[in-house]
Design a binder for this molecule. Sequence first.
Ligand SMILES: C[S@@+](CC[C@H](N)C(=O)[O-])C[C@H]1O[C@@H](n2cnc3c(N)ncnc32)[C@H](O)[C@@H]1O
Length: 260
Amino acid sequence: MKDTTVPFDPDHVRGLLGTLELPDDEQERLFEIMGILGGLADHPELVADFPEFPTLRDVFIDACAGDDPEVLEERFLELYAHLHMHEAPYTRGERQRVDASGGYWAHAGGLSPILKAGSWIHPSTRSVDLGAGNGLQGLLMQCLYPHHRCVQVEISGVMTEIGRRLQQRLEIPNDRVEWRVDDVLETPLGGWGFVYLYRPVRPVGPGRRFYEKLSAALSLEPGEVVIFSIADCLKDFLPASFNCFHTDGHLTCYRKPANP
Ligand SMILES: C[S@@+](CC[C@H](N)C(=O)[O-])C[C@H]1O[C@@H](n2cnc3c(N)ncnc32)[C@H](O)[C@@H]1O
């Protein structure tokens, strides 16, 4: 994994983050993510994929030396959003498939699921992001919480290729990430202990069948399953064995203990 020598004064930045009223562990995870993304070099491949990266990174590093925590947070979110990519380069065929399956475009799930996932991802965990975009969410979870494998399922081939290159820049070993260019409506579901998703499809028509199949597959998992769901629509599909332990209007989390 990437060496996390931070490109800013750690005590000063920790002091600024301390005013944001995050729980201590999440504040430290945010500090680590800032170090990871702020510490990325201007590799030509990275700049080709993310042309505004050098500027946004430098502006962020400047904010790290300033005295305004909100400016620091805003500059960092701009950097994160650029690397996440709002404008996904879909082919015409992929666009047709996303439209046909009632899919959602590449909106960012944000930092909060990444900051909160640490208690639920263990070294042996197989995690998945269903509708991963370029996989930034899962890649950052691999950086913060190294685990057996992160499966990234995404309909866009170009986004997946960009994600593979990002994985190289983040120095995440190849065997830690499985890239699957596939439709969530068709891909085999199951085998995961940590599931992250941001509504890849709408819960109607074929999308409804996806949430039914996913819920059935996860309820049969022998071990513990934790689901982090953004803009959640799973609650109508999950059986009673799943307990909702967090919801804040953006992120909803469920847990099923190991089956008896
Ligand atoms: C709202 S974005 C979420 C991106 C990322 N998981 C996150 O939380 O930041 C939804 C993603 O699902 C992908 N998607 C849409 N329909 C899909 C489908 N049928 N199969 C696989 N991926 C799909 C989109 O291309 C997009 O990258």
